[in-house]
Ligand binder design. Structure first.
Ligand code: ATP
Ligand code: MG
Length: 290
């Protein structure tokens, strides 16, 4: 079966990229999908969040500069169907070396190409750092599509506008002519605040069906699971964070294969309810129309 490569991207920090990467990966694996999570952030949060030590020499760095095959860096995790290529601080040095190569935008794509060609995985998820640096731009050229986690706060809207412009430019420049936004995930949602609801409304107004109907709530179990080196479903399988990421995974798969949709209730009631809630007169008009 063909491998789909998906970047989890947002140049804003702390919006839930890594949390989404780890937990979407784990929930896909739980549904018997074969998943490779590639940690492309020198902070290596996805690495430690899946219970691996940050080890010098263990990152994709040598593969990015053509010195070793990426497959040499694949490690299994404690979780079935879920492998990882870890990261560590040295990966930041890769950016400098990559910049010196001719195909500097395609290092990640070329490094992962043999793994993609092999078809060993259904999904390769790429976790990014909060920058639009060389590694993130490489992720955008290597990905079939991207998931944009955004925090339900005002500044998030500005970040989203920047991301969608960069993605459009990559498509139009030919660097990645087929890249698309797989979906926008609203994270750290706190339904008690008007602002969160207003941000959701604003994003849905501008991005419509690109927004995943599943909202990821603020949930303490999600925040503490990485300190146990576990995805949340292995930390507290019934907490709201586990329920939310399982539902996001179901929605993600249903969108890709509507014909395989199961007969459970339709998604989206929560999002529709928020959308229908009357909001203050002044809109959060910060997403440029394009
Ligand atoms: P960075 O840009 O630094 O890589 P990020 O976008 O990957 O950050 P995360 O590391 O996933 O963001 O999340 C930032 C912090 O918020 C972490 O401490 C994480 O545990 C916590 N967090 C993320 N999502 C949730 C949530 N839904 N509920 C509670 N805490 C969360
Ligand atoms: Mg992160």
């Amino acid at each position: 079966m063909a491998t789909t490569t998906i970047g989890i991207v947002n140049q804003k920090g702390g919006v839930g990229k890594t949390t989404t990467a780890i937990n979407l990966a784990a929930c896909l694996a739980e549904r018997k999908k074969r998943v490779l999570l590639v940690d492309l952030d020198p902070q290596a949060n996805a690495t430690s969040g899946l219970g691996l030590a940050k080890q010098p020499g263990a990152s994709l760095y040598p593969a990015l500069v053509g010195k070793q095959p990426a497959s040499a860096f694949v490690q299994s995790t404690a979780f079935p169907n879920l492998d990882i290529i870890p990261s560590e601080l040295d990966l930041s040095g890769a950016e400098v070396e990559m910049a010196r190569t001719d195909a500097y935008l395609h290092c990640v794509k070329e490094a992962l190409a043999p793994i993609v060609a092999e078809g060993r995985y259904d999904f390769i998820l790429l976790d990014c750092s909060p920058t639009l640096g060389m590694l993130t731009m490489n992720v955008l050229t290597a990905s079939n599509s991207v998931i944009l986690p955004i925090q339900c706060e005002y500044f998030a809207l500005e970040g989203l506008a920047v991301m969608s412009r960069v993605i459009r430019q990559l498509r139009e420049s030919g660097a990645n002519p087929t890249i698309d936004i797989e979906g926008i995930v609203m994270t750290l949602y706190d339904g008690r605040t008007n602002l969160a609801q207003q941000v959701v409304q604003e994003v849905v107004t501008h991005y419509g069906p690109k927004v995943f109907e599943t909202l990821i709530p603020r949930n303490i179990r999600l925040a503490e699971a990485p300190s146990f080196g576990k995805p949340v479903i292995f930390h507290d399988t019934n907490c709201t964070g586990s329920v939310a990421y399982r539902q996001l995974t179901r929605e993600f798969l249903q969108r890709r294969h509507p014909e395989q949709a199961d007969d459970r209730p339709a998604l989206g009631a929560a999002l529709r309810r928020i959308f229908d809630t009357p909001q203050p007169e002044t809109p959060l008009n910060v997403i440029p129309h394009s």
